[in-house]
Design a protein around this ligand. Structure first.
Ligand code: URA
Length: 214
């Protein structure tokens, strides 16, 4: 029997999410369909990760009378993409929350140590007033995600969540050990990492499959 998930993990097991993820994993999926499915999946994941967002009362006029409706202040939300594969998730998330701001963190994995090296960091202003959702399709070793969250915590945001499509026990443990306060939303927890830091069975190199660079 598989071991229980760390308490900060939200497994998004909705049938539509699982169906689309299986289509993406298939090595015969074209770049075009991989990208389209990723956008669709990202929209569905956004639905889950924003479930507890605060609402504010807004007075509006319907064609018949005045009423108090509820609205999200999307401008307080920042999606932070870990380059480059994180950018593949942004489109689908912004389709659902078009008012969100976007930040980018550039981290490459040193192929020998598998440790992250930062080469780019650009965020909106007033991060201390914002809720952050960090996105990267694959939480593998966890090194990039941990480094990105380390860096973002220095900006004192109101909250940080992490969204990926796929992860593995090693990545979840590393993330939980480093940042137990950061909820992780994922569509699947795969079996293991291989020696090159790839998730098995996984879906291959997410960046290459999104951008057709293989
Ligand atoms: N990054 C990827 O793109 N795929 C993996 O399996 C692991 C990290």
């Amino acid at each position: 029997m598989s071991s229980p998930l760390p308490p900060n993990v939200h497994l998004v097991d909705h049938p539509l999410v699982q169906h689309k993820l299986t289509l993406m994993r298939n090595k015969t999926a074209s770049t075009n369909s991989f990208r389209r499915l990723l956008a669709e999946l990202a929209s569905l994941m956004t639905y889950e990760v924003t479930r507890d967002m605060a609402l504010q009362d807004v007075q509006i006029e319907t064609p018949l009378e005045t009423m108090t409706g509820k609205m999200i202040d999307g401008k307080k939300l920042v999606f932070v993409s870990i380059l480059r594969a994180g950018n593949g998730i942004l489109e689908g998330m912004l389709n659902v929350v078009p008012g969100a701001r976007v930040g980018h963190v550039g981290l490459y994995r040193d192929p020998k140590t598998l440790h992250p090296v930062e080469y780019y960091f650009k965020m909106p202003q007033e991060m201390d007033a914002r809720d952050i959702i960090v996105v990267d399709p694959m939480l593998a070793t966890g090194n990039s995600a941990i480094a990105a969250v380390d860096r973002l915590k220095k900006l004192n945001p109101k909250s940080i969540k992490f969204v990926c499509l796929l992860t593995c026990p090693e990545g979840l443990k590393a993330m939980h050990d480093a940042h137990p306060d950061v909820p992780v939303y994922t569509a699947a927890v795969d079996r293991q990492l291989n020696d090159h830091g790839y998730i098995l069975p996984g879906l291959g190199d997410a960046g290459d499959r999104i951008f057709g660079t293989q």
